[in-house]
Every structure is written in structure tokens, then in C-alpha cells.
Ligand binder design. Sequence first.
Ligand code: FES
Length: 285
Amino acid sequence: MSTGAILAVAVVAVVVLAGLFLLTTARRSDRNAATGLLARETMKRDRQARKARRIEAEAPVFPAAATGKDVERAVRSASIATPAPKLPVPWTPMDEEQLGVTRRQFFNRSITVMMIAGISGFAASLIAFLWPSLKGGFGSRVTVGKIDDILAQITAANGPVYVAEARTYLQPYPASALPKAKKVYAGAVLDGMNAGVVALYQKCVHLGCRVPWCSTSQWFECPCHGSQYNRVGEKKGGPAPRGLDRFAVIIGAGGIVTVDSSAVAVGPPIGTNTTGQEADGPHCV
Ligand code: FES
């Protein structure tokens, strides 16, 4: 089961449990409001009063001027009172007035319904936020355009084409570096390089800042802690543990470039330098 599905099931379970809790709480308070609930102090007082009455009823009665013998005789002849068995109180259904919705019940139920609606809305938006996008945007396949147009754009700007939807920089990959690239890269990332383009994930592999392009050095340079990567995202300096992560590039019919941002390919290890590109000018950080 995918992470998204597990999250969805967990959120739905939490919502159902919260709803049950609120419903049972509301029902209990409704029942208490209808039948009445005595305070603990009152019940204790009632118990003590009943006990005092019973002791008084069971006590032997002495004549006004009783002698010791009279008392002994009276005590001996006093029968031990056997309490009459208590009959169960017959159940009588509540009348319509008690069963009707009081103002308190109405507010209790309204609050319960509103809370359930609020939690459900929150859960729905959470699921929508976490659900992987299958139709476009980051986490899906993003079609960028024709490869010739992209390479022309890069040449004209002397810098990468930024694809915000895929959070990626598209950079040209020199054909002369392919023999070295084949020893480091594989799969659809290498396919893209063979076609002349590489898609670099914008996120710094050190602590996740977005890494901007430095037009003077022609490197990517992270402003957070100074990690540096060359034009094709291979690590050149700073605390980054590897080169920039990247995405598979699919070249479709008519040379249409699609970046598959649903899976991140881990960047090349430190020391990889397939293009041999050094800084062209001053650094930005
Ligand atoms: S986050 Fe980029 S160098 Fe630390």
C-alpha cells in the first residue's frame, strides 16, 4: 500500500473515531439533561438520612420510667426487623415533553455537527494536499517542450531553463562527456544525457534550500551554506554530501521533452566530474 493510501486510511480512521467520541458525548449529556443527575453531595445526604430513619425505626421502645429489667426484657423481646424486599421500580417511558429537543440539546447537537463538519473538511483538505498529483505539477510527468527549443533558450540565456512545475533546472549535457557519464549515470537520466539534456532537482542535497544559478561562475551555488555544483549538478564545493539529485528525462515523439518528477534519482557521489567544467568567473556565494 502506498504512503498516500496509508495516510488517507489513517486520517479517515481519526475522523470516524472523533465523530463517534463526539456523538457518544453528546448523547450522554442529552440523557443526563433529560433524566437529571443528582450531585454527589445530595446523594450522600440522602443515604445518611435513610440510614438514620432505619436505625430510629428499629430501635426498641422503652416505657417512660423503665427499669433495668424492663430494658433487658424489651431488648430480648425486640424482634430483628427484616427489611421488606424492595420491588424493582417499573420502567415508564419518558413522555413527549422529556423526549422533545430542548434548547440545550439543540445547541449540543449543533456543536457536534459543526465539529464533525470541521474535522471532515480538514481531513479532506489534508488528503487532497498529501495525495500525489497524477495529472500535472510536481510529483508527476511534466511536459516542457521541444528539445531544440529548450537548448536554443539555454544558449540564448547562457543559463538553465527553469521549469517551476517540476522544480527542476534543464541544462545541456555535452556529447563529449558521455563516455564518462556512462560510468556514473544510468537509466532514464542517462537517456536524457544521450539526448543532450539533464534535469536537475532544485533542492540542495545538504539541507534542502533552493539552489540558484550563478551566471558569473556558471555554477549552481547554494546561499544557505555555500555548496557549489557545476553546470550539470556535480558537486564542486561546500558541505553537500553529493551532486544535485535529478529526474528522468523522456524524449517523446517530435523531440518533446518530459521531466518525470515522480521519482528522484540520487545525485552523483563527491568527486564526480564528467564534464570537467570549472568556474567561468567570480562566485556568487
Ligand atoms: S542547504 Fe545548501 S549548502 Fe546547506
